[in-house]
Design a protein around this ligand. Structure first.
Ligand code: IVH
Length: 690
């Protein structure tokens, strides 16, 4: 390729790359893979290296270029960058409108309609284009003077480096408007908008921070701001920031706010038009506010309210500015996702890697419409940073889909009874000595089986024959332990909807369903409860025998070893293991916690004379038609019968489900019963017997 051909190729590559960038980052569409696009970029880069004279400021290679800065230069804004006043209620909005109407003529008042848009939770920026090329990008600063962060803003693919008509794209009406407005003849175009970070990206970065033992970002806005105010553009580039432009400051003859948005879109900016709405009156504004609030979790980025603009630009101008805000626009916020509450305790949880995470147990409180009872404290340093003590009053916040955390302690409310928290030196689960390596923020339990044991116990606890909690699968249990939401299974009953929502795969509805499922299982029979405790060598049958013999957990606790050994079917090994379990402080504490959650024991004992199956041994085989096997077992035990897993000459009855009954697939139990001449009952016959 000679020099002229190279120049042509460079031009074509730039155009093509820009076209796919626009599709992908602005319109959320894709025609070629990222790998193919990278390949085109690489070719462009190589050609430009060969002929640096062909490098232009709008070349895609110039997005991540330049050396780290010493400091940001300060620059004056084209016009002051104002801020918005807040409204929190419908009444606030009515007052806002009334105040404005008083300043208008009757015929202007009649003309009022509104253009509403999502209020993005990010960092405000101003972009200046000269002859269609991005020249300067500024932060808001004090509103008059901002910081020049051009180099960093260029790394954001949603921001065009050059404004142009998209000839390859379908011509939309919006483009037509832009052309007519003569946008490209205007030497300087100034626009404003927001740098944002998508929730998914926010979570990804925080996960990486956690892995590296670095402090977490409190919310997407902090992360966006931190990324833009980076002196090294390479770091900014690694953050995958996004941007939305909502204001056209230059005069391109736009008559309404809505038109501004259309023009911005036609110039190639990413706008939020899909979620914006024109509203004729406040009633429609309120509807839109409710709609967005309900659907905000579904948006890929955080919003904290809506911005309501009086649509007509002449009226907007006339209403002017009061303080630092335009009168004609207002930020109508959603209820805050923050609340104050008390830290009742700080518990420590062991995760998959052995990392110990302190978790604040909160007096349940409502934050952003859902109730939460836990907040992550990440690590010991975070507790120090916050200056948090047990029993402190704190501000908790929920930033999108992350586990709620404590934003601030309110030491002013202390009464002197607050307690310092100390990280334990032994693992609260397995007793292993805790390790904290030099320079590490995280303490760890070196016993890798520790997490494994815990989760197996949880699985047992929620399984069908114990608490029978539907929808609480192994994946969710792992997450709950990992995030420190549950330390022992009694914590399951303390969970609130808002504790679950931040976990992957939970929406408000599914969180509510699971909480309901858990709460509906608070009543349990004594045998099941004993079986739930996971005492070594105590299976369903022994649990049942213990319940029969002692009729309460309190009595079992008081029992001497010899009392336990006396029970039929309980040998010395089993007796010892029960005895030991009830002597362990940690277990007694667990029982105490269970009691506190309001677990109720279902009365099930029948009088001796009503125990008509006393001494009879039953074996179940096959699926029953109406009863579950667990229910059938419970019924037998209630009447004094016993369950066995194997058929022997001691068996009195075998209860067989339909397949075995029909003789289709007689299982081994069925065959054996026939051989030994044991009475085989259908479910119907069994129920009759009862
Ligand atoms: S219009 C006079 N529209 O909210 C300021 N602002 O105090 C006009 N914001 O700093 C801004 N989304 O960073 C407008 N759709 C939106 C917005 C928005 C977020 C931010 C902006 C500004 C703050 C208002």
């Amino acid at each position: 390729m000679n020099k002229t051909e190279t120049k042509q190729r460079i031009e074509k590559l730039k155009k093509l790359i820009n076209y796919h960038r626009y599709l992908y980052h602005v319109l959320d569409r894709q025609e070629i893979s990222e790998a193919a696009l990278d390949s085109l970029k690489k070719e462009l880069f190589d050609l430009e290296q060969k002929y640096p004279e062909f490098i232009t400021p709008d070349s895609p290679t110039q997005r991540v270029a330049g050396k780290p800065l010493e400091k940001f230069e300060k620059k004056r804004h084209f016009q002051p960058m104002l801020s918005l006043n807040d409204a929190f209620s419908e009444q606030d909005m009515k007052n806002w409108l009334e105040r404005n109407e008083k300043l208008l003529l009757p015929k202007e008042k009649e003309k009022i309609d509104f253009f509403c848009e999502p209020k993005l939770d990010g960092l405000a920026i101003e972009l200046v284009y000269e002859n269609g090329i991005l020249k300067t990008g500024l932060t808001r600063g004090d509103g008059i003077i901002g910081e020049d962060v051009t180099q960093n803003l260029k790394t954001i693919e949603a921001i065009p480096l050059r404004l142009e008509e998209k000839e390859n794209l379908k011509r939309s009406e919006a483009e037509f408007i832009a052309k007519r407005s003569g946008a490209f003849k205007v030497k300087e175009i100034v626009v404003r908008g927001e740098v944002i970070i998508r929730k998914a990206e926010f979570e990804k970065i925080n996960k990486e921070q956690k892995k590296k033992n670095l402090p977490l970002y409190a919310n997407p806005r902090n992360l966006a701001a931190g990324s833009i105010r980076q002196l090294n553009p390479k770091i900014t580039a690694s953050r995958k920031l996004d941007s939305n432009i909502y204001d056209l400051v230059s005069d391109l003859e736009q008559k309404t706010h809505q038109k501004k948005h259309q023009i911005l879109q036609s110039l190639g900016f990413k706008t939020n038009n899909k979620y914006c709405r024109s509203c004729k009156n406040l009633k429609e504004v309120f509807e839109y506010h409710r709609f967005l609030e309900k659907n905000r979790e579904k948006l890929p980025y955080e919003i904290d309210g809506i911005v309501v603009n009086i649509n007509d630009n002449k009226i907007f101008e006339k209403l002017g500015i009061v303080g630092k805000s335009p009168r004609a626009a207002v930020a109508y916020k959603f209820p805050l996702k923050q609340a104050t509450t008390v830290v009742l305790d700080i518990k420590v949880q062991v995760g998959r890697t052995g990392a110990l995470t302190p978790v604040a147990i909160l007096k349940p409180t409502e934050v952003g419409g859902v109730t939460i009872s836990r907040a992550t404290l990440h690590n010991e340093d975070e507790i120090k940073r916050l200056g948090l003590k047990i029993k402190d009053t704190v501000i908790v916040g929920r930033a999108g889909d992350v586990i709620p955390d404590i934003i601030k302690v309110l030491p002013e409310l202390r009464i002197g009874k607050e307690k310092e928290f100390k990280m334990p030196d032994k693992c609260p689960f397995c007793g292993s000595k805790i390790i904290k390596s030099k320079g590490e923020v995280v303490s760890r339990c070196p016993n890798l089986k520790c997490f494994g044991k815990q989760r197996r116990y949880f699985h047992h606890f929620v399984s069908k024959s114990v608490f029978d909690i539907a929808g609480l699968g192994p994946k969710i249990i792992d997450k709950l332990i990992e995030e420190g939401l549950t330390q022992d299974p009694s914590d399951l009953f303390k969970l609130k909807e808002g504790d679950l929502i931040p976990l992957e795969r939970f929406a408000e509805k599914s969180a509510q369903n699971l909480i309901n499922a858990i709460q509906s299982r608070k009543e349990i029979t004594l045998p099941r409860l004993i079986y739930a405790l996971g005492i070594r060598n105590v299976g369903e049958e022994t649990a049942y025998d213990l319940a029969q013999q002692f009729s309460s957990l309190k009595n079992i606790r008081k029992a001497e070893l010899k009392d336990l050994e006396k029970i039929k079917d309980i040998g010395p090994v089993v007796a010892k293991s029960i005895f030991k379990w009830f002597k362990d402080k940690r277990n007694l504490n667990f029982l105490e916690q269970l009691k506190k959650t309001g677990i109720k024991i279902k009365e099930q004992r029948t009088k001796n004379k009503e125990q008509k199956l006393r001494g009879k041994i039953f074996v179940l085989t096959g699926e029953l038609e109406t009863l579950t096997r667990d229910k059938a077992k419970e019924k037998i035990r209630l009447l004094g019968g016993e369950i066995s897993e194997t058929v022997s000459k001691d068996t009195d009855f075998v209860i067989a489900g339909p397949p075995a009954q029909a003789g289709k697939e007689p299982g081994s139990k069925f065959k054996k019963a026939k051989e030994l001449g044991i009475k085989i009952l259908s479910e119907k016959e069994f129920l009759k017997l009862l």
